[in-house]
Design a protein around this ligand. Structure first.
Ligand code: SF4
Ligand code: ZN
Ligand code: ZN
Length: 311
């Protein structure tokens, strides 16, 4: 297999694009395509201040690296979730995020959930009656709240996450299986901001996971190899495996699934639903916008205590 651009031996073969590239041209192609997606979906401009949510994994560190190479002003945010499960997952991912920031002289905000709210994710989940295997919903709620808080307090215009095509296609697959209208309405490369809520963007949403893996390896980025131990057995992993089987038989199927969805939405498939917008209020506890009439779901979650714990 030869590089389509220069003809030397290719390092990465992308069956879905019917294209192979050498290391040098692949490492140019990824930022070039990212810049194209940023422009196409109007994610942000050169003058806007970006906060990148960095988990220590290959996607978020690669995103930070790409934005830096493209010349954007992007600071990082690492949220320590207090997940160890025998492999010190949080400590190791924090070490790698800090190492990357130090090596490239980048600013990294670090939020420790245990220190900030006196409980880490496993305990918060337990107290909210979400036992083993169900931590992701509480974890997602905490991460969204904290990302928004730091973006608001730090005056960032936009919050960027490292979701890749495999993540987005799996989420879309799950939302479609359940016809989860509200979620389908909100899914896409850009979620526009509102007063008090930063705009959210996913610049890597059109890259396959294996393309991001190749980018991280070829750039020599040190990232955490382990998946979050709490993700084992999750439905999102099951959906990813299912889509991988389809992709294996029909290269490009995953990308076509996601892009057709974006096109259907652009053409007005969800227009009627889009007009139904919940009115937002300010949470009396933390001040963040919420559609609830009292406390936002994050502050409500912090207060919840099952009877067995109260005693
Ligand atoms: Fe949190 Fe679940 Fe992701 Fe682990 S897999 S970091 S628990 S959302
Ligand atoms: Zn080449
Ligand atoms: Zn609140």
């Amino acid at each position: 297999m030869k590089c389509r651009i220069c003809g030397v031996k290719a390092s990465v073969n992308m069956r879905q694009h019917n294209m192979a590239l050498c290391k040098e041209h692949f490492l140019e192609w990824i930022p070039g395509q990212t810049a194209r997606f940023i422009k196409k979906y109007e994610m942000f401009t050169e003058n806007e201040k970006i906060l990148v949510a960095v988990s220590g994994g290959k996607d978020s560190l690669s995103l930070w690296d790409i934005l830096r190479r493209l010349g954007y002003q992007a600071d990082g945010l690492y949220i320590s979730l207090g997940i160890d499960e025998g492999i010190d997952y949080s400590a190791e991912s924090q070490r790698l995020a800090e190492k990357f920031a130090l090596e490239h002289k980048l600013k990294l905000h670090v939020v420790d959930i245990q220190k900030e709210y006196k409980e880490a994710i496993p305990t918060l989940s337990f107290k909210n009656r979400r036992g083993k295997g169900k931590e992701c919903s509480i974890c997602g709620l905490v991460k969204r709240h904290e990302m928004n808080r730091i973006a608001r307090d730090g005056g960032y215009d936009v919050l960027a996450t490292g979701h890749n095509l495999d993540d987005e296609a799996a989420t879309l697959f799950g939302n479609t299986l359940n016809w989860a209208g509200e979620y389908l309405l909100r899914q896409g490369p850009v979620l526009q901001g509102k007063p008090g809520l930063a705009r959210k963007v996913k610049p890597l949403c059109r890259f396959y996971e294996r393309e991001m893996l190749a980018y991280a390896l070829l750039r020599g980025i040190e990232y955490i190899y382990d998946e979050c131990p709490l993700s084992i057995g999750s439905t999102s992993i099951y959906y990813k495996e299912t889509l991988n089987r389809i992709e294996n038989d029909r290269p490009g199927a995953k990308l076509a699934f996601y892009l057709s969805f974006l096109e259907a939405r652009r053409a007005g498939l969800f227009t009627d639903r889009a007009e139904i917008q919940a009115e937002l209020h300010h949470c009396p506890q933390c001040g963040q916008p919420t559609s609830a009439s009292g406390l936002c779901s994050f502050c409500g979650m912090l207060l919840k205590r099952p009877e067995s714990i109260d005693e």
